[in-house]
Design a protein around this ligand. Structure first.
Ligand SMILES: *[C@@H]1O[C@H](CO)[C@@H](O)[C@H](O)[C@H]1NC(C)=O
Ligand SMILES: *[C@@H]1O[C@H](CO)[C@@H](O)[C@H](O)[C@H]1NC(C)=O
Ligand SMILES: *[C@@H]1O[C@H](CO)[C@@H](O)[C@H](O)[C@H]1NC(C)=O
Ligand SMILES: [Zn+2]
Length: 599
C-alpha cells in the first residue's frame, strides 16, 4: 500500500480544490475520498425518494469510500510548537499537604473520536428533550469546557485518527495513517511509554478494536494504521520496548487470534493472546463473564488484557439491549480506574490512563444521529465518572479530554431540497430510534440470507414492521424507501441513516472527517492553563508529558536506534487498503454475527 495510487478522486462529488499550500507528498495520496450525496436536482418529497434511490445505487461505493479515508502519507517535517503563556495552574486539587518531593500524580486522558462542537449541541438538546430537563440544563462536558484544538496533519488539512492520536501521544505532527511515527517513517516515543519507563502504571480503554489507530498510537509504532496484526503484537510486549501497557480493555479480539481459529482475523498463525499470557504475564478475559470476574476492577491482577468483542463493541444504542454480552465504556473505565488506583496505592508514581469513546466517530461516518447521540451521552457519563474518581482520590490527578477531529460535518439543522429553511430540528425522531442503522442493516442482511427467495413485497413488509417501525421508530416510511431497502440490502446502512437524519432534520456534509476545530475539556489542575484557549493538538500531547514530567525524547532516541534494525528483518508488508478494509467490514458483519446468533 505504499504509494501505488496517486491522488484518489472523490467518488460522488465535485473534486474539492487542492489546498494551495499542500505539502508535497512522497508517499502518494492523502485522504481525499470524501463522498458526498449525489446531486439533488429535486422537487419535494418525491425527490427525497429519488435521492434515497441514488444513495442506494452508490452506497456500496460510499461505504468503501468511508473506510478508505484512512489513507496516509508523509513528507513535511513536524511543525514547531508555539508555547502558550505559562500561567500558574488553577487549583483543582484535593486537600493533600504540600510536599517537597514531586507529588505523585495520575493522568486520565479521554478521546472522543470524531466528536465536534455540533455533537454537543445535538446531545444536550436530545437529553433535555428525553428527560424533560430545563433549557439551561447542560452536559457534564459543557461545565468543563476548556478551549479548542486545531487538528490538521502534516500532509492534509483534514486529519485522520492516526495522525491525530500521534499528536497526542508523541506531541508531534505527522502524516495521516501514522502510528507513533513521524514524517520520514521515524518512530516517536509516546507519553505512555515514557510514563511506563518512569514507573507509572499505564492503561488503554476503548470501544473499538484495541489495534485501532487511537490506542495503537500510544503503545506501538508502525508506518500505517492497517498493520493491525503487527500492532497487536507490539501492544502485548513484542515491540522494541517490550511490554509498556499494564491494562487494556476493549474490542478487536480477532486481531489477537491466529488464522487457524474461527474467531481470528490475523493473516498469520500467531496466537497473540497466548503470547500475552504465557510470555508477557497478562491475565486474559475474553468475554462478558470474564469482565464480570474483574468485579468492577476490585479483582484484577495486572497486566490485564480484556477483549470483549471480536471487532467493535456495539453502539451504545444497541449494546444496552445486549448488556449481558458486552460491557459499556463507563463500565470498562470504572474497572480500569479502580484497578490502576489499587495497583499504584503503594508506589511512588501514579498512573496514565487513556479512555476513548471510539465509536462516536463510527456513528458519524455512517451519518446515524440516533447512534451518535447515545455514544456522546455514554462518553459524558464516563467523563463524570472520571471526575468523581479524581475528587475522591488522595492522589493528585488531572483529566484532559478532547477529540482527534470532527466527523461527518454534522449540523443541527437541515434544509430539505426545494424547501425553505426551518428553524428547528427534531430530537423526538432520535428518541424513538431504539437501534442503530448498523444493527438494522445487519439484521436485514441476515434475514435476506435466511430467506433468499422471499418476494419483494413480503420483504418490504418485514423491513417496515421489524426494522423501520419497531427498531428505528419511523412510522411513515415511504414505499420507495422500503423498495430501495428490499432491492439493495447492501445499501441499508446508508438508507436507514438518511431516513432518520432527514426526518430529524439533522444535516451531514460528509461520510468522512472534517477540519473543524474540536473542543478541549478538563478538570483543571496544575499546568492545565497551558492548554486554555485555542491550541494545536500537539500542545495537548506536550501537556500530557509535561504533567507527568516524563521524557518522550529519550524514548524517541532509543526507538529510532532499535526500529531501524527491526525493519531490516521484517520487510514492509504490502497490504492493499481495500483488502484490509473490506476484510474489516466483512469481519464486523460476519464475526460478531456468528457470536451473537451462533452462525
Ligand atoms: C495462516 O498463517 C500462516 C503463517 O503463519 C500461513 O502459512 C497460512 O497460509 C495461513 N493460513 C491461512 C488459511 O490463511
Ligand atoms: C477473581 O479473579 C480470578 C482470576 O481471574 C477468578 O478466578 C475469580 O473467579 C474472580 N473472583 C470473582 C468473585 O469473580
Ligand atoms: C427496543 O428494541 C427491542 C429489541 O432490541 C425490542 O424488543 C423493544 O420492543 C424495543 N422497544 C421499543 C420501545 O421500541
Ligand atoms: Zn474516523
Amino acid at each position: 500500500m505504499m504509494s501505488s495510487q496517486s491522488e484518489r478522486t472523490p467518488l460522488l462529488s465535485d473534486r474539492p480544490p487542492r489546498p494551495d499550500a499542500e505539502p508535497s507528498n512522497e508517499d502518494g495520496d492523502t485522504s481525499k475520498t470524501s463522498p458526498s450525496p449525489s446531486g439533488r436536482r429535486t422537487t419535494g418529497l418525491r425527490e427525497i425518494v429519488l435521492f434515497v434511490w441514488a444513495l442506494a445505487a452508490t452506497a456500496g461505493v460510499v461505504v468503501l469510500a468511508v473506510v478508505l479515508q484512512h489513507r496516509s502519507s508523509t513528507s513535511q517535517p513536524a511543525q514547531p510548537i508555539s508555547p502558550t503563556d505559562p500561567v500558574a495552574g488553577s487549583p483543582y486539587s484535593t486537600t493533600s499537604p504540600p510536599v517537597v518531593k514531586k507529588k505523585k500524580r495520575n493522568l486520565i486522558f479521554m478521546v472522543s473520536d470524531g466528536m465536534g462542537p455540533a455533537s454537543l449541541s445535538l446531545t444536550r438538546s436530545f437529553r433535555q428533550f428525553v428527560s424533560g430537563l430545563p433549557m439551561d440544563d447542560t452536559l457534564t462536558l459543557d461545565r468543563h469546557f476548556w478551549g479548542s484544538s486545531r487538528t490538521r496533519s502534516t500532509n492534509s488539512w483534514v486529519t485522520d485518527s492516526a495522525a491525530g492520536a500521534t499528536a497526542f501521544s508523541c506531541g508531534r505532527k505527522s502524516y495521516n495513517g501514522a502510528i507513533g511515527m513521524l514524517p520520514g517513517h521515524k518512530p516517536c516515543g509516546t507519553v505512555l511509554e515514557a510514563a511506563k519507563r518512569r514507573g507509572f502504571h499505564t492503561g488503554l480503554v476503548v470501544t473499538t478494536d484495541l489495534t485501532d489507530a487511537t490506542p495503537a498510537c500510544f503503545a506501538s509504532h508502525v508506518d500505517y494504521r492497517m498493520q493491525m496484526d503487527e500492532i497487536a503484537l507490539q501492544e502485548v510486549g513484542e515491540g522494541p520496548l517490550g511490554r509498556v501497557v499494564d491494562l487494556m480493555l476493549g474490542g478487536g479480539r480477532c486481531h489477537f487470534l491466529p488464522n487457524t481459529t474461527a474467531g481470528g482475523c490475523r493473516a498469520d498463525g500467531v496466537d497473540v493472546v497466548r503470547l500475552a499470557t504465557e510470555k508477557h504475564g497478562f491475565a486474559y478475559k475474553g468475554d462478558r463473564k470474564g469482565f464480570d470476574e474483574l468485579r468492577r476492577g476490585k479483582n484484577v491482577s495486572l497486566p490485564l488484557l480484556g477483549l470483549f468483542a471480536a471487532t467493535d463493541i456495539p453502539f451504545e444504542v444497541d449494546r444496552r439491549h445486549m448488556s449481558d454480552v458486552y460491557p459499556s465504556l463507563s463500565e470498562m473505565a470504572e474497572a480500569a480506574l479502580t484497578a490502576l488506583d489499587a495497583a499504584t496505592r503503594d508506589s511512588d508514581e501514579g498512573f496514565f490512563l487513556m479512555i476513548e469513546g471510539s465509536r462516536i466517530d463510527h456513528a458519524a461516518h455512517f451519518n446515524d444521529p440516533a447512534a451518535h447521540v447515545r455514544e456522546v451521552l455514554e462518553y459524558d457519563k464516563t467523563f463524570k465518572l472520571v471526575l468523581d474518581f479524581l475528587e475522591k482520590s488522595d492522589t493528585e490527578g488531572v483529566l484532559v479530554a478532547t477529540s482527534d477531529h470532527e466527523t461527518g460535518g454534522l449540523a443541527t439543522a437541515w434544509q430539505a431540497p426545494n424547501e425553505l429553511p426551518v428553524y428547528d430540528w427534531h430530537p423526538s425522531v432520535l428518541a424513538r430510534a431504539n437501534a442503530s442503522a448498523e444493527h438494522c442493516a445487519r439484521l436485514l442482511l441476515q434475514h435476506v440470507s435466511s430467506y433468499p427467495a422471499e418476494p419483494e413485497r413480503a420483504l418490504m413488509d418485514w423491513i417496515n414492521q421489524e426494522l423501520v417501525i419497531r427498531r428505528l421508530g419511523i412510522p411513515d416510511a415511504l414505499e420507495m424507501e422500503l423498495s430501495a431497502l428490499a432491492t439493495n440490502p447492501a445499501a441499508a446502512l446508508v438508507i436507514f441513516s438518511k431516513m432518520i437524519s432527514q426526518r430529524a432534520r439533522v444535516g451531514w456534509s460528509t461520510h468522512g472527517h472534517s477540519a473543524v476545530d474540536v473542543n478541549v475539556y478538563s478538570s483543571g489542575g496544575p499546568g492545565t492553563e497551558k492548554i486554555r484557549g485555542n491550541v494545536e493538538n500537539t500542545d495537548i500531547g506536550k501537556f500530557l508529558a509535561e504533567y507527568l514530567d516524563v521524557d518522550v525524547d529519550e524514548i524517541t532516541k532509543e526507538l529510532q536506534g532499535k526500529l531501524v534494525a527491526q525493519q531490516k528483518e521484517v520487510p514492509e508488508k504490502q497490504i492493499s487498503v481495500e483488502e484490509q478494509e473490506l476484510r474489516r467490514l466483512g469481519g464486523q458483519v460476519g464475526v460478531e454475527w456468528r457470536e451473537k446468533f451462533g452462525m
